[in-house]
Structure formats: C-alpha cells, structure tokens
Design a protein around this ligand. Sequence first.
Ligand code: ADP
Length: 220
Amino acid sequence: KPVTHSDSVVVIGLGRFGGAVAESLMRLGHEVLAIDTNAELVQKWADRLTHVVQADATDSDAMRQLGLNHIEHAVVSIGSDIEASVLTVLALEELGVPDIWAKATGTRHGLILERTGAHHVVHPEAAMGERVAHLVTGKMMDFLEFEDGFAIAKTKAPEEALEKTLSESNLRQKHGITVVGIKRRHADFIYAQADSYIEPGDILVISGPTDLVEKFAALT
Ligand code: ADP
C-alpha cells in the first residue's frame, strides 16, 4: 500500500547508515518506507519499520508503483554502488520527490549527486572524521559545527572562569564565545545566566564562531 502521509520518509538502502536513519525516524514518530534489493536485509527490517520492500530503486516505474511520487522526503543511502546511488537520485527527481537527501562516499560522488538533483548531500565519513579530530585530544567533550562557521561545544570550564559568576569572568568579551549552559556532576543541565557561579569540575556548553570555540576549549 502506498505511503502518502506528508511526514513519511522513504529510506533507500538499509546498510549501516540507512538502517540508522530509518530506525531514528521511526523513534521520532515518522512513517518509514524502506527499500533495498537485498532480501536478507528486507527480512531483518520487516517488523521494525512501517513498510519494507525488496525492490531496485533505480527502476522508476517500480518506484512510482510504490507511491514514491507522493512522498515528501527521500534518503538515498547507497554508498558503495555509486552508479545505483546516482540512478536512484535521478529516478526520485523524475518522480518529483521534493526533498531528496543522499549519502556521498567522496567529494566527486557528492558533486554528481548534487548535479543529478539531490537537494542535500551528506558526507558522513568526512563529517565524523572532522568531529573526532575535535574530540580526540580531550579538550572538547562534544562538538557540533553548523555550515556557516558557527559551532557548539561541550568543554571543561577553564581556570579563569572558576569560583566566580559568568558576568565576573566576562568570557564573552574576552573570548568571543557565549556560555549557553552548565552541567555539574550529579546535577541537571542548567541554562547559563549572568549570575551562574562556576565551580571546579563544571562542564560548559559554549557557542560561537568555530575558531573562537576551538581557541576557548584549548584553554582547558
Ligand atoms: P553502508 O556503508 O551504510 O552500509 P552500503 O553502500 O554498504 O552502505 O549499503 C547500501 C545498501 O543499499 C545495501 O544494503 C544495498 O543492498 C542497497 N542497494 C544497493 N543498490 C540498490 C538499489 N539499486 N536499490 C535498492 N537498494 C540498493
């Protein structure tokens, strides 16, 4: 039966990446139609997703029959078979799917996907590699960079911020970053305020331009 709900998503390719996307979408309450050529994977996912179909996603007639011309969002997570990945994006584009996401295995694959009609191209390996680089030294406990050079990170409070309030340490003036929240051991996360008092061991959630966030975390 075709999936026509506006918040339904089709995930094509149930490898590690596609499987993780599909599972998270289900947890977030969306309807998920998944398509894979591999019978074993279809079997494995059958009772965990809304619909799982064994089909070749490069076949636009088959995709139309599955109702994909009515679906709002598609995630193409075919990695190793670049030809299949590109032909699938092309088929979805021809069916008029308004929001196509595709996983790229490399820069050139990504460029081809963009030219073929993918609206969003993700590079999970490159993105994760960059994130690990930020985390590996232990200066940051978490790091998230937005496209426009803006980042959020979790880091220990530096010496100069200890045993005073945020307004006293004046980190925004001195370092160009904003403390968004504070996490103290055995306590809930709290939103940072001017009169929030920082103790040794406190973890700060900070935001600001990526280079300034990186410099600030390096102080610890
Ligand atoms: P990952 O690295 O995330 O595991 P893979 O590239 O290994 O990604 O997995 C891609 C998945 O996409 C595989 O399960 C494969 O069977 C499926 N797949 C490949 N080609 C097609 C296609 N034409 N139609 C549907 N599914 C496909």
